[in-house]
Design a protein around this ligand. Structure first.
Ligand SMILES: Nc1ncnc2c1ncn2[C@@H]1O[C@H](COP(=O)(O)OP(=O)(O)OP(=O)(O)O)[C@@H](O)[C@H]1O
Length: 279
């Protein structure tokens, strides 16, 4: 059986006979400019992403946010609608980075991620571990534990993959991408809405030296990112590096996010919210 998760070109093959991950370390990914939807050249020189970077991609609906991370996912070589080029360690990436899911250093997790496997969480992860020839008996339970740090709805090892909620599935896929796929670059396309502790995800990814790029409409995720790429008309319009100037806004976003999270839990538990929350 072959089980896939993810979508579009991001399919991660969870059961194949590929050799373990190519150890070529990724020092940096460089995005070279292309053109806007109306054909104007993009005005940035190059955008470089290194381990531990946290970047958010923001902009109105239809401004090209997903197209930007898709360019990274497919290692665009002036062969996508945007005309951008993506280099790895300053060079054109090796072919297996682009074609082979087992060697791909980039994991894309999107809102539309669905699991097609009729397996338990434990079986599903164990299959992925086997396919990558990882010999670590603890890795499945560590992956579930990590996923449970990202979501308030506890994931049990014996739960069916198909029965997980959106937040649980995305939490599990992020944990899997970190520990089992060991992808150095994670692309998260609007995953924040459904029951996932965004700040914890960012902390873990940063501490693990992962580069993470969020397509987001979420103020807290945007303010937590060290860099913000602003899209318009299919092009990068601006790259913002706030360098501490948004600290007051970040504190406020954290406070409001805490209140909303508690309200969500109360509502989910079937309670009436009659007093103040998050004081
Ligand atoms: N530079 C470009 N040149 C040509 N087409 C583009 C360019 N950038 C994006 N597009 C196309 O424009 C459409 C909208 O782009 P995209 O889905 O990336 O927007 P988005 O900002 O992610 O939107 P949403 O917030 O609704 O998800 C897509 O069909 C995409 O392929």
């Amino acid at each position: 059986m072959v089980t896939f998760y993810g979508h579009k070109a991001n399919l991660i093959k969870a059961c194949d006979n590929s050799p373990p991950m190519n150890p070529t370390p990724i020092r940096e990914i460089t995005i070279l400019p292309g053109r806007s939807r109306s054909g104007e050249p993009e005005r940035f020189e190059a955008i470089t992403i290194r381990p531990g970077d946290t970047i958010s991609i923001v902009g109105p609906t239809g401004s090209g946010k997903s197209a930007f991370i898709n360019d990274i996912e497919v290692f665009a070589q002036n062969d996508t609608a945007t005309g951008r080029t993506v280099l790895v360690n300053g060079e054109y990436p090796p072919e297996e980075f682009v074609r082979d899911p087992a060697h791909k250093p980039v994991a894309l997790i999107t809102q539309n991620t669905q699991c097609l496997a009729d397996l338990t969480v434990e079986e599903f992860l164990a299959m992925h571990v086997r396919s990558r020839k990882i010999e670590d008996e603890e890795i499945v339970s560590r992956t579930i534990d990590l996923a449970n740090e990202f979501t308030g709805e506890k994931i049990r090892p014996d739960a069916r993959m198909t029965a997980l909620s959106g937040g649980q599935t995305r939490s599990l896929l992020v944990a899997d991408a970190v520990l089992i796929a060991a992808a150095p670059v994670l692309l998260l396309d609007e995953v924040e809405n459904a029951g996932i502790f965004k700040e914890r995800v960012i902390e873990v990814l940063r501490a693990g030296g992962k580069a993470v790029i969020f397509v987001t409409h979420d103020p807290l995720v945007s303010l937590l990112s060290a860099r913000r790429i602003v899209m318009r008309d299919g092009a990068v319009e601006r790259v913002i590096e706030p360098d501490g100037r948004e600290n007051a806004a970040l504190r406020e976003a954290r406070r409001l996010d805490g209140i909303l999270r508690q309200m969500r839990e109360e509502i989910r538990a079937g309670n009436l919210i009659t007093g103040s929350v998050g004081a």
